[in-house]
Design a protein around this ligand. Structure first.
Ligand code: C2E
Ligand code: MG
Ligand code: MG
Ligand code: MG
Length: 274
């Protein structure tokens, strides 16, 4: 406050804005150079009620030589704004298809489903269906082993177009999950029209289970809604046995979270299955 009276507040504001902008531009330049050499995929297991691994979610990591690990919470939004998410998404898709093909050769990995996160900007670009189709066939990956996680914002555009894109991908055998469910603006009428396979209950609703009565009610309702619509329901961010027990009792079939495993390198994930 003292500084404000000494200097012009307008100048101070401009200076800090300029710094923020410089940092952003610098991070953007760094991200552009990072694709794909500084990117790598980690996997987080998804389990059923018995604790058996049924699949994994691929999560992106950026290891910068001087910045160290940059969190996806920081670089994914930047990638989305700048369009860099398009080459990043292609790399993720190719990596996933390679992995699916490799998994098809061993009995303990053959049955797994691999989920990848797809941004609205990727999903809604013209030619996305062709891109997925090419990636699958180039790597000879079984399409039914690939699941695309979309958020409500990806589905918010032209509903007819979105449904058409989903149907064409589904015709290939690809599956869909609605990620972070409950945090966007979910119109139940839209939900009904989407050819989805899975609802992912957002971790913000799981965190305070089972003690928070409101969250408990929301989670029970979402599970009932999903099951009623014939969808698989998975809870994310499951960290405690008490959360898992509550979710199990409410009829949730699948789980993901630190209780079962952190995101880990592909080798470690695969070794953990044996
Ligand atoms: P998401 O898809 O909802 O992924 C779940 C996030 O929760 C991951 O964070 C995961 O590490 C974290 N998580 C898993 N279990 C637990 C738990 O028990 N407790 C807590 N507190 N957190 C848990 P991460 O890896 O930092 O990713 C953040 C977000 O970045 C993802 O949220 C997703 O929206 C985005 N993202 C990550 N990889 C990609 C990618 O390849 N493409 C796109 N478009 N987005 C990605
Ligand atoms: Mg996800
Ligand atoms: Mg999520
Ligand atoms: Mg999330």
């Amino acid at each position: 406050e003292a500084k404000r009276s000494e200097h012009s507040p307008v100048c101070l504001f401009d200076a800090s804005m300029q710094t923020a902008l410089d940092e952003r531009v610098q991070l953007e330049d760094r991200l552009r150079l990072a694709i794909p050499s500084q990117l790598h995929a980690v996997l987080q297991r998804q389990v059923d009620q018995a604790g058996t691994v049924i699949g994994a979610e691929l999560l992106l990591r950026w290891q910068h030589p001087s910045l160290g690990q940059v969190s996806p919470a920081r670089f994914i939004p930047l990638a989305e704004e700048t369009g860099l998410i398009l080459p990043i998404g292609q790399w993720v898709l190719a990596s996933a298809c390679q992995l699916i093909e490799r998994w098809s050769h061993a009995p303990h990995t053959r049955g797994l489903v691999l989920s990848i996160n797809v941004s609205a900007r990727e999903f809604n670009q013209p030619g996305y269906v062709g891109q997925v189709e090419r990636a699958l066939s180039e790597h000879r990956a079984d399409p039914t082993r690939l699941k695309l996680e979309l958020t409500e914002s990806a589905l918010a555009g032209d509903i007819d177009r979105v449904v058409d894109t989903m149907r064409r991908l589904r015709a290939l055998g690809v599956r869909f999950a609605l990620d972070d469910f409950g945090t966007g603006f979910s119109s139940l009428a839209y939900l009904q029209r989407m050819p989805l396979d899975q609802l992912k209950i957002d971790q913000s609703f799981v965190r305070a289970l089972p003690d928070n009565g409101n969250d408990a009610t929301i989670v029970r309702s979402v599970i009932a809604l999903g099951r009623g619509m014939g969808l698989d329901v998975i809870a994310e961010g499951v960290e405690t046995a008490a959360q898992r027990d509550f979710l199990c009792a409410a009829g949730c079939a699948h789980f993901q979270g630190y209780l079962f495993g952190r995101p880990e390198d592909i080798d470690t994930f695969e070794a953990g299955l044996r």
